[in-house]
Design a protein around this ligand. Structure first.
Ligand code: A3T
Length: 147
């Protein structure tokens, strides 16, 4: 899993077109979204994660919580993003992993938003620009070496 973390004044998105034949079914209110004072986590779920999705979810939640504590925000936005890796997991696995990351963060006491899965989306982001505002993490199942 590849994670790009951007501490932002806000993120807003708008769903445009389907990017998968069968994107995640979403209610009208999920077609647009905005969150303020937020740690945005752009996440690419990778093929290697299919070896142990539960472990990758647990480690991703831990990493994201650590950064959220450092930048002092309780708001996290999970953004499915297929552009951080050339070895993507298949969509069915990726969606499940992303939903579990969202659930894990909520269970950890965070206000969590998530962008819809399987769509082209327009988005605006305002990065805060402080030294911890832009971070990335590579998370793989135990015992796997990621190039
Ligand atoms: C396209 C761009 O504007 C948009 N932002 C986009 O990336 N859309 C992605 C994700 O929502 C999702 N998706 C599919 N596979 C994956 C994966 N392995 N990991 C994460 N998301 C995935 O399916 C879409 C097409 O790949």
């Amino acid at each position: 899993m590849r994670v790009l973390l951007i501490h932002s004044d806000y993120i807003e998105y708008e769903v445009k077109d389907k990017a998968l034949k069968e994107p995640e079914p979403i209610p009208e209110e999920m077609k647009k979204g905005r969150m303020e004072e937020v740690l945005v986590a752009f996440i690419s779920v990778e093929k290697v994660d299919e070896k142990n999705p539960e472990e990758v979810v647990a480690r991703a939640v831990k990493e994201i919580v650590e950064v959220a504590e450092q930048v002092k925000t309780k708001n996290v936005f999970v953004y499915p993003f297929a552009h951080l890796s050339s070895e993507l997991a298949k969509p069915s696995v990726a969606l499940e992993v992303l939903k579990k990351v969202e659930e894990g963060l909520r269970n950890a006491g965070y206000n969590v938003g998530r962008a819809p899965f399987g769509y082209y989306k327009a988005f605006k982001l305002s990065c805060k620009g402080h030294p911890l505002a832009e971070l990335s993490r590579t998370i793989v199942p135990e015992g796997i070496v990621e190039e």
